[in-house]
Write a protein that binds this ligand. Structure first.
Ligand code: HEC
Length: 166
């Protein structure tokens, strides 16, 4: 292949990869479901900023990142499906989800992290993962490798924390 051809190919590959890591803005999920964060950057951020997850089971206060955490100071909320499955075994049910507020030094929300079980069974692909803010998207997609590598070491089905229903 001519050098210019190779350069073009490499460029195309890297553009495609960058596009993939941002993921889509919408998956067409229903944003009116207060228990189920819609997937996709635009849909999720609009939904989370409306604060529906604050009616879930939430930690009373923010805490420093726990051991092995890839996150900063944070506060976690579990939805009803996740909280209800807290004492079971094996994979969590489809529809289980958590939202994490990651805070800045002044205590404001710097970004959100979320996962949502989208398929029955094991594996990082059975969860949708998103982390980011309006300025920057770190992860957006099923089985996103930025998240699954570390969450695979969680005690049960990629979940570190379940906030029990109060
Ligand atoms: C290096 C390890 C690591 C990486 C990488 C990581 N996490 Fe986490 N995550 C943790 C740990 C440990 C916790 C437990 C609580 C904490 O962070 O203080 C956690 C907590 C969470 C929670 C709250 C619910 C729970 O199970 O505790 C969500 C949601 C979450 N992570 C999403 C993500 C997403 C989305 C990504 C990818 C962008 C990601 N995480 C990357 C280690 C990691």
């Amino acid at each position: 292949m001519r050098p210019l051809g190779l350069l073009r190919l490499l460029c195309l590959l890297c553009l495609t990869a960058a596009g993939c890591s941002d993921g889509p803005d919408s998956y067409g999920d229903d944003p009116a479901d207060l228990q189920l964060p819609p997937r996709g950057t635009a849909d999720f951020l609009a939904w989370v900023e409306e604060g529906h997850y604050l009616a879930w089971s939430c930690e009373a206060e923010a805490h420093p990142p726990r051991p092995r955490s890839g996150h900063g100071r944070n506060r976690i909320c579990s939805n009803d499906a996740l909280a209800a499955a807290a004492t079971g075994e094996g994979p969590y049910p489809v529809g289980a989800a958590a939202v994490k507020e990651v805070l800045d030094d002044a205590g404001g929300i710097r970004l959100y992290a979320v996962y949502r079980k989208v398929e029955a069974g094991d594996g990082g692909d059975s969860w949708y993962w998103f982390e980011g803010s309006r300025d920057r998207v770190v992860a957006n997609g099923e089985g996103d490798g930025t998240c699954t590598g570390c969450h695979a070491s969680a005690p049960r089905d990629f979940v570190f924390t379940v906030v029990p229903a109060s």
